[in-house]
Ligand binder design. Sequence first.
Ligand SMILES: C[S@@+](CC[C@H](N)C(=O)[O-])C[C@H]1O[C@@H](n2cnc3c(N)ncnc32)[C@H](O)[C@@H]1O
Length: 233
Amino acid sequence: MKDGYRFMGALYEIIGAIYSLGRIPRCKVSMLKHVKPGDRVLVAGVGHGTEAVAAARMGALVTAVDLSPTMIKQLQKKIARSGLDTSGLDTSGSNGSSPSPPPIQMINDNILNVTDPDGYDMVIANFFLNVFPRELMTEIFHHMTGLVKPGGCMVIGDFTLPAAGGWVFRVFQNIYWYIAAIFFWITADNAVHQVYDYPEMLKSKGFDIPEITYFNIFGIKSYWSILGKKPKP
Ligand SMILES: C[S@@+](CC[C@H](N)C(=O)[O-])C[C@H]1O[C@@H](n2cnc3c(N)ncnc32)[C@H](O)[C@@H]1O
């Protein structure tokens, strides 16, 4: 299994917090206000797991998936520091084998290998889909939308699409994104591409977009957290 984050995985979260002047950590948890105790929440490409731990604290049943063993270790450390009851913690990837329900079930695997016939109330992709070239991103996005149960939602937190606000804003948003993309291309072999239009992608899958929260830097929309709701049949 290729671990693109083995060199800088430990520093990943602090780099994001500094580069975003604290906006990324806020962006990652902003839609958790829609989580209710007992909800099933899936976090794909969980990294250090800020939102996974926050959702577990709210009483959600969290499944956290990451391909990188380095990132899974960082998540384990965060859970250990979190004060969550880890007595039944299950890192095996299998459901229901623990004596008590684990606060966070960790799966060290490709998200494409994760299936669930019941579906999740919330599927989260924070700063995740942007690591892939368009074709693979589309495949993973399609797979993830299939994991949302009818009436459930998908949350995407990421860099904003350089669009509204005039050309000065668009230049800033583009430069801001490409600096990050090139840094992670060098350090983690992520793809470099134009910012993806996540609201349009969600709409194309029949999702409604009831809410988008923006996080600004110098008054410029720099990050967004998008709530997509899957209609009931
Ligand atoms: C840019 S990081 C984002 C981490 C975290 N979501 C955050 O916002 O801090 C992308 C994460 O996706 C993971 N990843 C990449 N490809 C993956 C895949 N196919 N399945 C699951 N995780 C993957 C990486 O290991 C990394 O932890």
